[in-house]
Design a binder for this molecule. Structure first.
Ligand code: UAG
Ligand code: ATP
Ligand code: API
Ligand code: MG
Length: 495
């Protein structure tokens, strides 16, 4: 596409050079620029992308978009705000994919990955081909792509939507993080359905207060609902968790129709007669389209919320209760979420991505419901992330476990000992026999496994599907599931 066409919708712009220049792709990282690309310079949290204009040109950029004029022998487009302009040009360049693709966005502190997987499963089973974007990866059909962020930058997002359409997708189920909403990564994306899971503490390093965090997530709902078509299937819908007090606020923010789901409060889609066991969850789903009995393989009350949210989205799109049931029941689990590590041991080992106070509490209270022996929890808190959750997570671990093993979880640029000290601050008054701190995560897992007796349950929390431990900018291979399996086998071979 020609540069002039791509920037045509921008009102404030100054073009220095030939607007007829052909553009191959749009890049925001000079390290990824190739011949023919438009490089957009963004002011980041660490560096100003304008510093890399020369490098982008050296790598073959055909044009650059900047906020401050630069001297270059290729076309330069000067705009007041490159981040805002980027959203406009990306949507234009990829030919407004979300006008055709029905995008279902899921936001909330916990449950986004699980809910998007359930949505994708239900819709794919209906031959409504559905792409997925989120924390674990991007999936289109049988192909899986690596992602750097839960919600990618606007350029990657629009490109991914176009790829999905090219692959025959009708829907996309995407996780929408609060960071993405506040940085405008979803600008220009028309959502068909927006789902809210829950709001509890996380990311206060970035958002500073719970109100600002709530409002960042609220953008998904305030930006929804201006489309009212003759065909009800084109209507935008907000799906809100009736049991979360913030939902009332989001209901007011949105112009879209609202569908509620829940367990405790009255809701349009509700779970009743709940039975939770170690191997699954059963409930009656009551909805505006009738009732049905559901037997999930997923464990824990929190997964009923995820299933209700996914079922609500499917009901809105006309999927029958019977088909929703069949798909939900067929899901064996989600990678790294309550995943069992099995090596023939007489105790249970679970790896779970609980890295927030609420998710840790949910995981541990769920385990408490079925554990016949002691509960042992291995947990750490990430570096360069919300520091205020550290003592709280230690308190929760100690409260619900018989033994807590505090350890490291992606210390990033912080000293792991300092993170652990902040966790210990939360439980410094408890009996010292109830917890240990072991900086090295492998050693911590080994220790927990060696403490386990018959019928005990070990929860290894925080990293779930992750296959690395990030220390000082380097990602070392590390998979809780493999490390735990090796530790179990080592103990078994010692007899
Ligand atoms: C705080 C934050 O969100 N940062 C995001 C931001 O990076 P940044 O602002 O630090 O970028 P920067 O390093 O200052 O660079 C500025 C610009 O210069 C460019 N650059 C930089 C170096 C270079 O050599 N050449 C070059 O062109 C960069 O590509 C960028 O465009 O923009 C990048 C590109 O979109 C993101 O990948 C990056 O996410 C980082 C990796 C991150 O860790 N983000 C987390 C906090 C995050 O967003 N998490 C949420 C999930 C949270 C949850 O729900 O649990 C997510 O959606 O992933
Ligand atoms: N609906 C829920 N409510 C509370 N906790 C949940 C819920 N669903 C899952 N969890 C817990 O949170 C953990 C993370 O779940 P999931 O990956 O689905 O959330 P997420 O919102 O995608 O997280 P992230 O913000 O890291 O992307 C799970 O391992 C589980 O312990
Ligand atoms: N999306 C979350 C993931 C946290 C995962 C945990 N293992 C950690 O590193 O803190 C974040 O970036 O805060
Ligand atoms: Mg996720």
């Amino acid at each position: 596409m020609k540069l002039g066409e791509i920037i045509q919708p921008l009102i404030l712009k100054q073009v220095i050079g030939d607007a007829g220049t052909e553009i191959q792709d749009i890049k925001i990282d000079s390290r990824q620029v190739g011949p023919g690309d438009l490089f957009i310079a963004l002011k980041g949290h660490h560096v100003d992308g304008h510093r890399f204009v020369e490098k982008a040109i050296a790598q073959g950029a055909a044009a650059v978009m900047v906020e401050k004029p630069v001297s270059a022998d290729i076309p330069v487009v000067v705009v007041p705000d490159t981040r805002k302009a980027m959203a406009v040009v990306a949507a234009t360049f990829y030919r407004h994919p979300t006008k055709e693709l029905k995008v279902i966005g899921v936001t909330g502190t916990n449950g986004k990955t699980t809910t998007t997987h359930l949505i994708q499963r239900i819709f794919n089973d209906q031959d409504k081909k559905t792409g997925l974007i989120g924390t674990i990866s991007m999936k289109i059909g049988d192909r899986e792509y690596k992602v750097n962020n839960t919600t990618p930058e606007v350029t990657d997002l629009q490109k991914s939507f176009r790829m999905m359409l090219d692959e025959g997708c009708q829907y996309a189920a995407i996780e929408v993080s609060s960071h993405a909403l506040s940085m405008g990564r979803t600008r220009g994306c028309e959502f068909q359905i927006a789902v809210f899971t829950n709001l509890t503490q996380d990311h206060l390093d970035y958002h500073e207060t719970m109100e600002k965090y709530r409002d960042a997530k609220g953008l998904l709902f305030s930006q929804l609902g201006t489309r009212y078509a003759d065909d009800p299937k084109q209507h935008q819908v907000a799906i809100l968790n009736a049991d979360d007090p913030v939902s009332g606020y989001y209901a007011q923010l949105t112009s879209a129709q609202v569908i509620t789901y829940g367990i405790d409060c009255d809701a349009d889609v509700r779970a009743e007669n709940i039975r939770i066991t170690a191997s699954g969850t059963q409930f009656t789903l009551r909805s505006f389209r009738g009732s049905i009995e559901i037997h999930l393989q997923l464990v824990g009350k929190f997964n009923i919320y995820n299933a209700l949210a996914a079922a609500s989205a499917a009901l809105v799109e006309g999927v029958s209760l019977e088909n929703i049931k069949a798909s939900l029941e067929a899901v064996p689990g989600v990678n790294g979420r309550f995943e069992r590590v099995q090596a023939g041991q007489p105790y249970t080992v679970l790896v779970d991505y609980s890295h927030t106070p609420d998710s840790l509490e949910n995981a541990l209270t769920t385990i408490r419901e079925f554990a016949q022996g002691r509960v042992i929890c291995v947990v750490g808190c990430g570096g360069d992330r919300d520091r205020t959750k550290r003592p709280i997570m230690a308190q929760i671990a100690e409260k619900y476990s018989d033994l807590t093993v505090l350890t490291s979880d992606n210390p990033r640029t912080e000293p792991p000992e300092a993170i652990l000290a902040e966790m210990v601050e939360g439980i410094k008054h408890v009996d010292p026999g109830r917890y240990v701190t072991i900086v090295d995560r492998k050693e911590a897992i080994d220790y927990a496994i060696r403490q386990a007796e018959e019928n005990d349950v070990i929860l290894i929390a925080g990293k779930g599907h992750e296959t690395y431990q990030e220390i000082n900018g380097v990602r070392y291979d590390f998979d809780d599931r493999l490390i735990a399996k090796e530790a179990i086998q080592a103990r078994q071979s010692e007899g």
